[in-house]
Ligand binder design. Sequence first.
Ligand SMILES: *[C@@H]1O[C@H](CO)[C@@H](O)[C@H](O)[C@H]1NC(C)=O
Ligand SMILES: *[C@@H]1O[C@H](CO)[C@@H](O)[C@H](O)[C@H]1NC(C)=O
Ligand SMILES: *[C@@H]1O[C@H](CO)[C@@H](O)[C@H](O)[C@H]1NC(C)=O
Ligand SMILES: *[C@@H]1O[C@H](CO)[C@@H](O)[C@H](O)[C@H]1NC(C)=O
Ligand SMILES: *[C@@H]1O[C@H](CO)[C@@H](O)[C@H](O)[C@H]1NC(C)=O
Ligand SMILES: *[C@@H]1O[C@H](CO)[C@@H](O)[C@H](O)[C@H]1NC(C)=O
Ligand SMILES: *[C@@H]1O[C@H](CO)[C@@H](O)[C@H](O)[C@H]1NC(C)=O
Ligand SMILES: *[C@@H]1O[C@H](CO)[C@@H](O)[C@H](O)[C@H]1NC(C)=O
Length: 885
Amino acid sequence: MATRARPPLVLLLCLCLASCLSSAIGGVSATGNGYRTTAFLVDEEGRRLRAELAAVAGAGGGSTAAYGDDVQRLDVYASLETDSRLHVRIADADGPRWEVPQDVIPRPSPEFFLQTSRPGRPVLSTATSDLTFAIHASSPFRFAVSRRSTGDVLFDTSPNLVFKDRYLELTSSLPPPGRASLYGLGEQTKRTFRLQRNDTFTLWNSDIAAGNVDLNLYGSHPFYMDVRSGGGAAHGVLLLNSNGMDVIYGGSYVTYKVIGGVLDFYFFAGPSPLAVVDQYTQLIGRPAPMPYWSFGFHQCRWGYKNVSDLEGVVAGYAKARIPLDVMWTDIDYMDAFKDFTLDPANFPADRLRPFVDRLHRNGQKYVVIIDPGISVNATYGTFIRAIKEDIFLKWNGSNYLGVVWPGNVSFPDFLNPRAAEFWAREIAAFRRTLPVDGLWIDMNEISNFVDPPPLNALDDPPYRIDNSGVRRPINNRTVPASAVHYGGVAEYDAHNLFGFLEARATHDALLRDTGRRPFVLSRSTFVGSGRYTAHWTGDNFATWDDLRYSINTMLSFGLFGIPMIGADICGFGGNTTEELCSRWIQLGAFYPFSRDHSAIGTVRRELYLWESVARSARKALGLRYRLLPYLYTLMYEAHTTGAPIARPLFFSYPGDVETYGIDRQFLLGRGVLVSPVLEPGATTVTAYFPAGRWFSLYDFSLAVATKTGKRVTLPAPADTVNVHVAGGNILPLQQPALTSSRVRQSVVHLLVALAEDGTATGDLFLDDGESPEMVGARSRWSQIKFSGATESGGSVVRVRSHVVHDSYAPSRTMVIAKVVLMGLRSPAPPKGFAVYANGVQVNASTAVDGGGGGNPEKGALGVAHVGGLSLVVGQEFDLKVVMTY
Ligand SMILES: *[C@@H]1O[C@H](CO)[C@@H](O)[C@H](O)[C@H]1NC(C)=O
Ligand SMILES: *[C@@H]1O[C@H](CO)[C@@H](O)[C@H](O)[C@H]1NC(C)=O
Ligand SMILES: *[C@@H]1O[C@H](CO)[C@@H](O)[C@H](O)[C@H]1NC(C)=O
Ligand SMILES: *[C@@H]1O[C@H](CO)[C@@H](O)[C@H](O)[C@H]1NC(C)=O
Ligand SMILES: *[C@@H]1O[C@H](CO)[C@@H](O)[C@H](O)[C@H]1NC(C)=O
Ligand SMILES: *[C@@H]1O[C@H](CO)[C@@H](O)[C@H](O)[C@H]1NC(C)=O
Ligand SMILES: *[C@@H]1O[C@H](CO)[C@@H](O)[C@H](O)[C@H]1NC(C)=O
Ligand SMILES: *[C@@H]1O[C@H](CO)[C@@H](O)[C@H](O)[C@H]1NC(C)=O
């Protein structure tokens, strides 16, 4: 319960407007009678507003009458909290209601008293904010949010606002789909990344396999981004509410139907897509830094039989020369599925521990799964301690009893601070037996194998959200809504927070125990979970559709502030095929989180099992491992600005409406374009290239140059995924190796992809990869900016570095050994080269070609390989390459 009832407003102005029942918009059926504004106050700066609303008396409250009585008086708070963030909160004026707790999303309190106020219109607008807020003059109450610079209306509510104890409804009109493109809202597997007219998003965390489209899955993110054609200005809209809800995107409108809490909206001004995620993650929390090793490749399976089986898999990767950083184990390692135990027969400590020690000696890591359900077993220490601490979720006067893998279980109530303490102690004790490097928290929706019987009205609210696409009871396969958390909080309200709270407790426990940067992978997430955890898309199936849809979920989680995201490579459920697995690793090698995982009873799919898959893996993961410094620099960017690691094309090209519907390709960072094959039997891929030059990352040849953007069909042989870099980017690369720790020790190469104007820029972030903080008072890091430019009509290229920060000492021994210049003036080889570093001529080796192995069509622009360099990363340099033609 977050707020107290406010004393009534000093009424400065009374709007006693006639209530006018207005007809519903855009195919939405008429609902409540709405509210009228009875009073409002605006502060002098035009930044904050408070209004009082009263329910319009009417005949029966329209079609929502069955959902209960209207709350009679509402308070509206609207505030331009920053120049790019507007907060609009509509709550019960007469008493507190459930709200997302402040310690989940810390935020400025809406509880302000206006010290000064001004008469006039109920409008918020300042000279520095691009967002404006206005209450419509007509009655019933409606409000609109607009973009001041363009006059574009971003959100415009209909009069039929409904606010009951357990049913809230609000609709906003939107421009038709051609003019507004929406993204986000989830978690849901969707056929397209861009929302389609009539998509319904039910938000109620559920253990429903991700292989099902259009259903409520494991997490809840009531956030969308809206990109407007004709300029590409983007904004974001969050409804900060943890209750169950249906969000209906009707094309020309969006309707929220929520079964509790308050209507707590945040609007983020953008106007660039990157600015929207920056503003959004400023409110909900920046993504946690992930350890460097977690950007390596991960292998898992449910169904590994014993320690020799694990050893065989690790050896299989080594023998096939396929990179492997992290080995995982699913529930198989536990004794009768009890958390923090080891199966004494197949995974005994005296065999598993040496295995993990060997991984560590080889620079590899080990992660295991844990589930929230604690086996109810009088001889099980973890259970005994939980009972002693009294930390389980309660129901009908005792600990709630569910059924999961171990049989009867009770669930730690992570709203109880003692539960987090208990969890941390159990994790620390387990790590004494087995020093795991990260934890995978599964089944935390909470998944339950039985349907709890209803106990009270909370278990069967008057409005049934579209749970599982068939309006299943909200208790289906989870803990009862009538269960009671610490502080008397109903599961009904806190249900969607469980995964968030468990991730936070797990993250904090690992941090405390290891002193290093935690790695947590959570299936269930909520707004702000990115502060603590990575996410995978859950139980997909080994189908070509699931391969394709994984891009949509990955891009959505980038918007949700959880950039460390990937899908189970080769598919989790069902039997994969050689070709599917081969194409999947080609895509999955570029997921921010890259893990192969499969279900028990299905055919194995470790990448070395088929020679064709191994070839794809060596090629795609080889490129990923070379790109690790770039990926890790993107992690830094995500952590400091919220920028997704994997991004939709419109993030870099918001003015290009062609990019708005693209979800078969994506960008890593600003300018690395991945165009995977997503169909069986294909040997080509048709890819869209936005305006500019695009160079192959395999042979550096110019693949496409376009003034306006164009679709191009490219060869995509069985072992190859198309990956290109846009002109204008400088990428730091290292040398391929079988583990990320080896990559870290290798020399750096700079790929300089010159744009048509002869320039390029890039960044490099370095630290030890495992200190708790990436940037902070106690952390040591280095950040270097690179810039490239041509001079003298293109016959001189200069590449300079600027050391922005340099407290990570190894930057002074790490060297850039080679610079590759792409996009040189002419394919005709220069007659000579002279290379100067900081004004002194150096004996560099130079080679020039057109890229593409001399293919004249590909080699429309020259590529120069300037090798034999030893430019110290942590020292600023000015490299000058003079070509004589
Ligand atoms: C959207 O749903 C409405 C109402 O169910 C239906 O009439 C309409 O045909 C649907 N439109 C599309 C594009 O599916
Ligand atoms: C591990 O499991 C495999 C497959 O069931 C079995 O053949 C092998 O004997 C087991 N090894 C050990 C050491 O238990
Ligand atoms: C409790 O755990 C022990 C040890 O694993 C097991 O033998 C026993 O069957 C369990 N009891 C119940 C009720 O699950
Ligand atoms: C699980 O709990 C139920 C309900 O209390 C009980 O009837 C059943 O015997 C328990 N099962 C086990 C294996 O302990
Ligand atoms: C709740 O507990 C009471 C008292 O033990 C019991 O009579 C009742 O059956 C329980 N309700 C449910 C739904 O299990
Ligand atoms: C709950 O969901 C399961 C599938 O997970 C389904 O078989 C069952 O019928 C559902 N129960 C109810 C009461 O809808
Ligand atoms: C997958 O293959 C295994 C082994 O050939 C077989 O037992 C299983 O039935 C197959 N599963 C599916 C879903 O086809
Ligand atoms: C320059 O480099 C080449 C090739 O590495 C080497 O053969 C040559 O001796 C070097 N010249 C000088 C002056 O260092």
